[in-house]
Design a protein around this ligand. Structure first.
Ligand code: HEC
Length: 161
């Protein structure tokens, strides 16, 4: 019977000695740990927010949004020197930090630029991604970067016009 032939066949040699398997497992575990440790050590530590930002929940939220969404172009302090600023097609990023804003410095102007973007430039509109709260917060942070007080309209949720 063909079944008999099956059972009489010698067992295939073990591919891996179970004892060796334990060492392989341990080695992989150590490699994983070493990778995690070097990631932790080599990652640039996030700079802590300056005290005036840390003390203001609106600016703190704005800073988080800014660092995630805006810093690549506008740069850490808003001078227009973000890592990809030099490679942008179209008009340059400009400088947010001197308060001389091309599109106006009223809160509604700044919010509009951030929400809707500037056609024909790399400044896109963020209202598809950011809810009104974070939009106001990042607009407030733009004032902070310009060294100007945050307009009261950005602090309460009332209409801006
Ligand atoms: C891909 C690059 C890029 C990103 C990301 C980006 N911007 Fe811009 N931004 C620009 C460019 C380019 C301009 C200049 C537009 C112009 O010339 O009118 C600009 C202009 C602005 C202005 C108007 C400045 C003025 O002079 O009136 C504001 C305010 C602004 N950005 C805020 C933000 C905020 C807040 C974010 C993040 C939510 C952001 N930007 C993300 C490229 C970017």
């Amino acid at each position: 019977m063909p079944g008999d032939q099956e059972t009489s066949r010698p067992a295939p040699p073990a591919v891996l000695d179970p004892a060796a398997g334990r060492w392989v497992f341990l080695g992989m575990l150590l490699l994983g740990l070493a990778g995690f440790a070097s990631y932790k050590m080599l990652r640039a530590p996030a700079a802590p927010p300056p005290p005036e930002v840390a003390a203001d929940p609106l600016l703190l939220e704005g800073r988080t949004v800014y660092e995630a969404r805006c810093l690549t172009c506008h740069g850490p302090t808003g001078r227009g020197d973000g890592p990809i600023a030099g490679n942008l097609i179209g008009p340059p990023v400009g400088n947010l930090s001197n308060g001389k804003w091309k599109h106006g410095d009223r809160p509604e102007d700044v919010l509009k630029v951030i929400a809707k973007g500037v056609p024909g430039t790399r400044m896109s509109g963020w209202d598809q991604v950011l809810d009104p709260g974070p939009l106001r917060a990042v607009a407030a942070y733009a004032y902070y970067l310009a060294g100007q007080p945050v307009p009261a309209q950005l602090r309460d949720d009332g209409p801006l016009h």
